[in-house]
Design a protein around this ligand. Structure first.
Ligand SMILES: Cc1ncc(COP(=O)(O)O)c(C=O)c1O
Length: 406
C-alpha cells in the first residue's frame, strides 16, 4: 500500500510547486479558511470567532429554520440523491416544481435549473452559439461567462466596463457579417458591486437584433421587486432573452437557473452539456430553494434590512476614511463593498490582520481582479446587527491605522 510520502508531488508536477512558490513570494498565497459552525454574521473560522463580512448569504437563508425543515422533510420523503442526470432518470417531480416556481416568480415562460450558477452560465453560452457567431461581453463579466464564451468558439468582443457606446461600436463593426450576436452583462458585478447597464444594453440589442443575456447571480434576492433581480429592477423582463440567476447566494442553498422562453429552455434541455452530463440536485436542495422563493415574498423585511445595513456600513466606512471605490459617489450600488488598496501583498496582509482581530473579510488580488486593483471585499447581510457593524468598523479602522493604511 502506498504511504503518504509516495504520493508527494512527483517531478511531473514540479511546475505547480514553482507557481505556488511564486505566489508565496508575492504574498498572495492563501490557505482555505474552515468554517466550524453555520454560515452566519458572527461565526467560527479556523477556531476563531469572527464578524463575517465574506459570505454571499445576503438574506440569512443558509440556515433559516424553514429551509432546514424543507430539506429534512424532502430527504425523509425522497432520499439524499437523484441518482441520475436529468435526461436519463434524474428528473424528480420536485425539480420540475422548483423550475415552475422560479418561472412564475420571474414572470417568464420557463426555467431550467443547473447544478450551479457557474454551469448555468457556461452551459448556456456555450450551447446557444457556435463558431460563426459573436459574443459582446463586459470586461468584468464573471469567469463562468468567459469560459462559456470560449467553449462556444464564437468570436469574442470585450467591451469596456459598463461602456454601452463601446459595445455598440463593436456591434456596428460586424453588423453586416453573418452570425448571431449575443450581448452579455452581469446584473451586479461581483468584485465592485456596481450594477450593469441592463436597460441601455437592451436598447442596443433591439437596435442590432442581438440576443440579450444577463447574469443576475448577485442580484437574485437583492435587487428588483422582492429580489427578482436587476432585469426586474430595470423593468426589462420582456427584453432580456436569457436571464441567469443563482440559488447559491441569497437563496441560501446551491444551484443556478436560466429563465426565458419555453423554446430556450427546451433547447437547453437538449443541448446544455452540464444539464446533459451531470447529475441533478438532491431533493433536499430543490425543496430548500422552493421555500426560499416563498420567503422572498413573505418576508420582504429581510431585503429591506439588507439594504439599510448596507447603507449604514458603507457610510461608516467612508466616514472612517476608507476608499470604497468611485470618485464622488461610491462605485458600489449593492451590498458588495470593496475596500480598494491596490497592492496585492498589502491587501492580503490587511485581510490576515483583520482576521486575527476578529473580522473576516476576503483579500482579493490578481488574477481575480486586475493588477493594481487589489481589495478587501466586504459583503453585508440582513443578519448583521448595528452593534456588529459598529464593532467591525472599529476593528477595521484600528487595524488599518496600525499597519499604516489609514
Ligand atoms: C457574477 C457571478 N456569476 C455566477 C456565479 C456562479 O454562481 P454559483 O456560485 O452558483 O456557481 C458567481 C459566483 O461566484 C458570480 O459572482
Amino acid at each position: 500500500m502506498a504511504t503518504l510520502n509516495d504520493t508527494a508531488t512527483r517531478p511531473q508536477l514540479a511546475h505547480l510547486t514553482e507557481q505556488l512558490d511564486d505566489l508565496r513570494a508575492r504574498g498572495t498565497y492563501f490557505h482555505l479558511r474552515v468554517l466550524e459552525d453555520e454560515q452566519a454574521a458572527v461565526c467560527r473560522y479556523d477556531g476563531r470567532e469572527v464578524i463575517n463580512l465574506a459570505s454571499n448569504n445576503y438574506l440569512g437563508l443558509c440556515n433559516h429554520p424553514k429551509l432546514r425543515e424543507a430539506a429534512i422533510e424532502a430527504t425523509r420523503k425522497y432520499g439524499v440523491g437523484s441518482g441520475a442526470v436529468r435526461t436519463i432518470a434524474g428528473t424528480m417531480r420536485i425539480h420540475i416544481e422548483l423550475e415552475e416556481k422560479i418561472a412564475a416568480f420571474k414572470g417568464v415562460e420557463a426555467c431550467v435549473v443547473f447544478q450551479s450558477g457557474f454551469t448555468a452560465n457556461a452551459g448556456t453560452v456555450s450551447s446557444i452559439l457556435g463558431k460563426e457567431d459573436f459574443i459582446f461581453s463586459d470586461e468584468l463579466n464573471h469567469a463562468s461567462i468567459i469560459d462559456g464564451a470560449r467553449l462556444s468558439r464564437a468570436k469574442i468582443k470585450v467591451f469596456r466596463h459598463k461602456d454601452v457606446a463601446h459595445c455598440e461600436e463593436l456591434l456596428k463593426e460586424v453588423q453586416n457579417e453573418p452570425g448571431r450576436k449575443l450581448v452579455i452583462t452581469d446584473g451586479v458585478f461581483s468584485m465592485d458591486g456596481d450594477v450593469g447597464p441592463v436597460k441601455a444594453l437592451c436598447d442596443v440589442c433591439d437596435k442590432y437584433g442581438a440576443i440579450m443575456m444577463v447574469d443576475d447571480a448577485h442580484a437574485s434576492g437583492v435587487l428588483g421587486r422582492n429580489g427578482r433581480g436587476s432585469v426586474d429592477h430595470f423593468g426589462c423582463t420582456s427584453r432580456v432573452d436569457v436571464q441567469v440567476g443563482t440559488l447559491s447566494k441569497a437563496i441560501g442553498s446551491l444551484g443556478g437557473y436560466v429563465c426565458g422562453s419555453r423554446d430556450l429552455i427546451d433547447y437547453l434541455y437538449h443541448r446544455a452539456r452540464p444539464f446533459l452530463f451531470s447529475t441533478s440536485h438532491p431533493p433536499s436542495v430543490a425543496a430548500a430553494c422552493m421555500t426560499a422563493f416563498d420567503l422572498l415574498e413573505s418576508e420582504p423585511e429581510r431585503i429591506e434590512r439588507l439594504w439599510s445595513n448596507t447603507r449604514y456600513f458603507q457610510d461608516q466606512l467612508i466616514s472612517a476614511g476608507f476608499d470604497i471605490g468611485g470618485v464622488t459617489t461610491p462605485a458600489t450600488e449593492t451590498p458588495i463593498t470593496p475596500i480598494i488598496l491596490g497592492d496585492g501583498r498589502k491587501t492580503m496582509d490587511f485581510s490576515r490582520a483583520l482576521f486575527n482581530k476578529g473580522v473576516m473579510a476576503t483579500g482579493i488580488a490578481f488574477p481575480t481582479v486586475p493588477e493594481g486593483k487589489a481589495r478587501v471585499r466586504c459583503i453585508m447581510t440582513s443578519e448583521h446587527t448595528l452593534e456588529t457593524i459598529d464593532r467591525a468598523i472599529e476593528i477595521m479602522t484600528t487595524t488599518a491605522k496600525e499597519i499604516g493604511l489609514l
